[in-house]
Write a protein that binds this ligand. Structure first.
Ligand code: HEM
Length: 489
């Protein structure tokens, strides 16, 4: 009798969940377990399938339920938006309605309603505009950036020359070079690659962006106090400790710069310039956001490009040959871009196939609203399915094949695709896109000019795991080693 009663109770709860969903006018999607949604499925698959990634599950949901779908993780509702027309309609045509960021306890604790990445409305607009204006004044995305990147690329070349024939983990040298480019704008100085504090700092940044999403239970149970979540989830605890560490370091650096700052001097970095209404916490917050958003992203994009180069030696040789034919051994500059068609196509293909931010950064409807005949609740987190877009047969035939030629005309000229959007879509897209594009191009061309990267020692299993990468807001590369061969020899 007990088992019968239990079965009836389970059926009744499931029927309730189905009926509730049917009446809610939410977009279609898998129902999941009441109170847990798809969380048990995701946890089970994470534990049992080494090839499982959340962004692959999102592709499955898109295939089954279409370009506008919904599901729950815990009690949190998610909207999954896929396909170019729906993405444009939501984030370009109706941008003002869908440019919010999540409002869960977890997000409030993480972003503290300051900074750029997690803020909304007037605060977001003011700080985004201010950051862009000031950074541009210091040459962000302009000539000064080119010089900084060329300098750092030169340092990496010297470092790699000393590693001839050895196996190196590219993550070690790339993230240091990329972090130094950002540091020059924010604090006007840069760190030695050997500095232990600098290395610890980069480790903390990585632990923030590569966090496995399933560990973030606060994001899925909005009623749960953050303190409880911290006690329950080591993953959350690690993340919040890393935030406090990075915040403290930024505070110390700001104070150091302020103590030397003479009001009559023209400020020479982001920290030195701020209008009266930008308080110190806002400044510290924006600084660590620029690091979080600007270091792991560009360095992993470069990391992926070296992996795909090593796995496709003939295509890597084609990049090298093009560089030799067009610019030879002189220092690469941005002006060379228009000549290096194949290199550009190769980099676009790397960005497409790896998709650095598979679900972008989550968005939110500012208020409950209707979209394509469905209700979108302002409490739902919106996943922007960039991974799905970049692996959609409609836009990129045979999407799992690595094929730079898809970005070339039959005459071999580089041709950008409107369907490739690694920096997001619409007004809230990446603030650092111009700088990131400069970095990726100049570092990659310099690396290809001087070295060949080889992955001959990888087993088939290693290769598969390396190509899958991590899961988190940033789709990062996992630990791997490449052999460096000097092209000059
Ligand atoms: C290849 C490198 C990069 C990629 C693929 C990338 C990608 C993205 C994506 C997908 C978003 C979310 C857009 C949205 O919410 O719709 C974003 C936001 C952002 N990115 Fe990047 N990014 C990169 C490099 C950078 C760099 C170098 C910086 C600055 C130094 C930066 C600063 C930001 C900021 C501040 C935001 C938040 C914008 C906002 O909320 O208004 N990013 N980025």
């Amino acid at each position: 009798t007990f088992s019968f009663g239990l079965a009836v109770a389970v059926l009744a709860v499931c029927a309730y969940a189905y009926i509730k969903r049917a009446l809610s006018k939410s977009p279609p999607g898998p129902v999941g377990v009441p109170g847990f949604g798809l969380l048990p499925l995701v946890m089970w698959r994470t534990a049992n399938d080494k090839r499982y990634r959340l962004f692959l599950l999102m592709q499955e949901i898109q295939k089954k339920f279409g370009d506008l779908a919904s599901f729950r993780l815990g009690t949190q509702e998610f909207i999954l938006v896929s396909g170019y027309p729906a993405l444009r309609e939501m984030f370009v045509t109706h941008a003002d309605k869908f440019n919010g960021r999540s409002n869960t306890n977890f997000h409030r604790f993480l972003f503290k309603e300051a900074g750029i990445v997690g803020s909304e409305g007037a605060l977001w607009q003011e700080h985004r505009r201010f950051a862009l204006r000031v950074l541009k004044d210091f040459g962000f995305g302009r000539n000064a950036s080119e010089e900084h990147i060329q300098d750092e690329a030169g340092q990496v070349v010297n470092f790699l020359r000393s590693k001839e024939g050895q196996l190196v983990d590219p993550r070690d040298f790339i993230s240091k070079a990329v972090a130094n480019v950002v540091t020059r704008f924010i604090f006007s100085n840069f760190s030695s690659y050997e500095d232990p504090e600098f290395n610890e700092f980069l480790g903390k940044l990585g632990s923030l962006t590569n966090q496995n999403l399933v560990g973030l239970i606060t994001a899925f149970y909005r009623f749960m106090p953050v303190e409880t979540a911290l006690a329950l989830s080591p993953a959350n605890k690690k993340q919040f400790d890393a935030i406090t560490w990075v915040e403290d370091l930024s505070k110390r650096k700001v104070e150091e710069i302020r103590s030397k700052y003479n009001v009559d001097d023209e400020p020479s970095n982001y920290t030195g310039r701020r209008p009266g209404n930008i308080h110190d916490f806002q400044l510290v917050k924006t600084i660590w956001e620029l690091y979080i958003a600007g270091v792991d992203t560009s360095s992993n994009t470069l990391g992926w490009s070296l992996i795909y180069a090593a796995l496709n030696p003939e295509l890597q040789d084609r990049c090298h040959a093009e560089i030799m034919a067009k610019i030879g051994k002189r220092q690469a500059s941005l002006k060379d871009k228009k000549e290096l068609h194949y290199c550009q196509a190769f980099l676009d293909e790397c960005q497409r196939i790896s998709t650095l931010a598979p679900m972008s950064v989550d968005h939110r409807a500012i208020e409950d609203t209707e979209f394509s005949g469905y209700n979108i609740s302002s409490d739902a987190m919106i996943f922007v399915n960039l991974y799905g877009l970049h692996h959609d047969e409609r836009y990129f035939p045979n999407p799992d094949k690595f094929d730079p030629d898809r970005f070339l005309t039959p005459e071999g000229q580089y041709k950008a695709s409107e369907y490739l959007n690694p920096f997001g879509i619409g007004k809230r897209s990446c603030l650092g896109e111009v700088l990131a594009r400069m970095e990726v191009f100049l570092f990659f061309v310099t690396f290809m000019q001087h070295f060949r990267f080889e992955a001959d020692s990888w087993t088939a299993e290693q290769r598969e795991q390396i190509l899958l990468g991590t899961e988190g807001v940033v789709h990062a590369t996992i630990e791997h080693r490449l052999k460096v061969a000097n092209r000059e020899n």
